[in-house]
Ligand binder design. Sequence first.
Ligand code: FDA
Length: 378
Amino acid sequence: MDLLIVGSGFFGLTIAERAASAGRKVVVIDRRHHIGGNAYSEDEPETGIEVHRYGAHLFHTSNPTVWEYVNRFTTFTDYVHRVYTNHKGVVFPLPINLGTINQFFQSAYSPDEARALVHELAGEFDPKTAQNLEERGIGLIGRPLYEAFIRDYTGKQWQTDPKDLPAEIISRLPVRYTYDNRYFNDTWEGLPTDGYTAWIERMADHPNIEVRLSTDFFDESQPFNKTATVGQVPIVYTGPVDRYFDYAEGALSWRTIDLEQEVLPVGDFQGTSVMNYADADVPYTRIHEFRHFHPEREDRYPKDKTVIMREFSRFADRDDEPYYPINTAEDRNGLLAYRELGKGEKDVHFGGRLGTYQYLDMHMAIGSALSMWNNQLA
Ligand code: FDA
C-alpha cells in the first residue's frame, strides 16, 4: 500500500482515483457500509425512485477543471434547480426575485420600482452596524420580506430566535430584480444521469484501489487503524479533525439534519423537487420530492407513488452526523489549534469538509482534492 485514505466521499475518492491512475496502490476505508460519503444515493425499493440518502445533492460548478474531471465518470442531465417556499399557505418563488416581490405586495412593480421600495424598507437598520441577525436581515431587505421569508426559516434552521443569532451569519441576502428564479448561477449544472452511486463507483473502479467498508480508522481491531498506520504510510484523512486528535482542543460545533422519508400513494405530491416552509408553525424546513430531480425518468418511475423527505434542522451531538459547521469564535480558535497539531503529524494530510471544518459543495471538495493531489501528493 502506497497511500491510505480515510473516508470515501468525493474528497477521498478524487485523491484515490488520481493516485491509482498514477500507479500507486491505494486503500480507502470508510466507517459507513457504502462509499460516496454524503453524496451517496440509492433507489427506494418500493418505487425505484433515486433518493439522496443524506439530503438533496445538486451538482453545479463554474470551474472548467472540475467540470472536465467529473465528466470522465458520468454525464449530466439538463436539470435546472428551482426552489419555492410556502408562506402562510401561499407558494412563492425563491431566491427572492421580482416575482416574489410582486406576488407578496400584490403589485406589478418594475425592476426600478421594486429596487426603490426594498431600499426604502431596508432603511430601518444599517446592516453594517446591525447588532444581530434580525437587524441585519431587515437592513438588507426590509422588515416585510425579512419577516415573511427569512425570520422563521432561519429560526428553524438554528433553533434560535434570529434576534439572538450573530449578524455575521448572513453577509448578504440576494434579491433579484428580474423574474429569474434559477437557484444556481454556475456555468454548468445537472444531475448525474445514472445517479450518484454509479458515478462514485466508477471513480473507485480501478485495480489499484482497494475499498474497505464498515471500517473505522479509530477501531484498533482493524489493521488500517490510526496507531498502526500513522508514520508508516502517507495518509489522507477526511474524517472530523477534532475526532482525529481525540477532542484535545474541544469539540467543534455542527448543525445536523433529521430526514423523515415517506412513500405516498400519489403520483405527484408537490409538483417540484424542493418546497421550503417559511413559517414557524411548520416544524420542518423543507420537503424534497425525489422524482422531480429526474423528469427524464418519468416513464420508469411509478405514476401512483412518490417519495418525499421532510427535513428538520438542529444542533448536532457527538453521535450525530456533522453537516454544517457552526463556526463560532470558539470553533475558529479550536480549528486553529487543530491545524497546529496537524502540522506535527508525519505525512497525514487533512482534507474534505470534515477534515478542514468547512462547508464544501461537491465541486469544491473535488477541486480542493485535485489541488492537494497536484501540490502535495503527486
Ligand atoms: P463526506 O462527508 O462526503 O465524506 C467523508 C467520509 O469520511 C464519510 O463517508 C465518512 O463516513 C468517512 N469517515 C469519517 N470518519 C471516519 C472514520 N473514523 N473512519 C473511516 N471513515 C470515516 N454539495 C453540492 O455541491 N450540492 C448540494 O446540493 C449539496 N447538498 C448537501 C446537502 C447536505 C445536507 C449536506 C450535509 C451537504 C451537501 N452538499 C452539497 C455537500 C457535499 O455533501 C460535500 O461537498 C461532500 O460530501 C464533500 O465530500 P467529503 O469527501 O469532503 O466529505
